[in-house]
Ligand binder design. Structure first.
Ligand code: CDP
Length: 229
């Protein structure tokens, strides 16, 4: 079996992170949640008064970029990999609605993308990695051996995200979550720099129809086939 790069892209809340994390665990690969990196930069911007009320101070954020580091701590007792912003564990905070509301405009900034894409490519140099996001199979790893594009309707995704937020004890309502998903879909697919789109050689997974167990079986089978080629 050869070591490969697995790129999983898809719309917001399509369940790709859960799927990607579980696949990495099963096959002993490193897992990188690229969305968490954009979220961490967004949290930095919010904390430093560069983002708020839906507005981003682009110039200030670009100037601050060299002083922003985003790293990961391997999964601990809770089985979850934690995101560190300048060494501080921000895993919980980056999932809150305030960050979700500002992350897509931050992810539109070319300099932010350039810096994070470089870090993502470095993480994949040794292969043996599963990374999920919006542009992994198109921009970050265009030569990835295995590419998956996950689809599900906005309503299916909103229900899933609401459940996730409720489980974490965060406040949210269905309409607000659905609206956020639609807005992010729009920004993510229409932005100038590496918009969300399916790579020509990606395998499509419509996960609105599959149970989590069925999804994993589909993914594992695809991995087994590709890594044995
Ligand atoms: O909320 P969800 O888990 O679906 O999104 P995420 O993967 O945490 O990503 C949050 C946001 O970061 C997305 O809506 C995109 O705007 C941006 N993003 C991106 O532009 N490129 C990536 N490779 C990953 C995320």
């Amino acid at each position: 079996m050869k070591k490969i790069i697995v790129a999983i892209d898809g719309y917001s809340s399509s369940g790709k992170s859960t799927m990607a994390r579980e696949l990495a665990r099963r096959i002993g690969y490193v897992y990188v949640d690229s969305g968490a990196m954009y979220r961490a930069v967004t949290l930095y911007a919010i904390r430093h008064g560069m983002a708020g009320g839906g507005k981003i101070d682009r110039d200030a954020l670009v100037a601050a970029l060299p002083g922003i580091s985003v790293t990961f701590e391997p999964a601990g007792a809770d089985g979850v990999q934690h995101t560190l912003l300048n060494g501080e564990d921000v895993e919980r905070e980056i999932r809150e609605m305030q960050v979700s509301s500002h992350v897509s405009p931050v992810a539109e900034i070319a300099e932010v993308r350039e810096r994070l894409v470089r870090l993502q490519q470095e993480a994949g140099e040794a292969k043996g990695i599963v990374m999920d996001g919006r542009d992994i199979g198109t921009t970050v790893f265009p030569d990835a051996e295995m590419k998956v594009f996950v689809e599900a309707s906005p309503e299916v995704r909103a229900r899933r995200r609401l459940r996730e937020l409720e489980q974490k004890g965060a406040e949210a309502n269905y309409e607000e979550v659905l609206e956020n998903i639609r807005t992010r879909d729009h920004i993510d697919t229409t932005r100038a720099v590496s918009p969300l789109r399916k790579a020509a050689d990606a395998h499509v997974l419509d996960n609105g129809r599959l149970t989590p167990a069925e999804q994993m079986e589909w993914l594992q089978n695809l991995y087994n086939t590709i890594s044995n080629e």
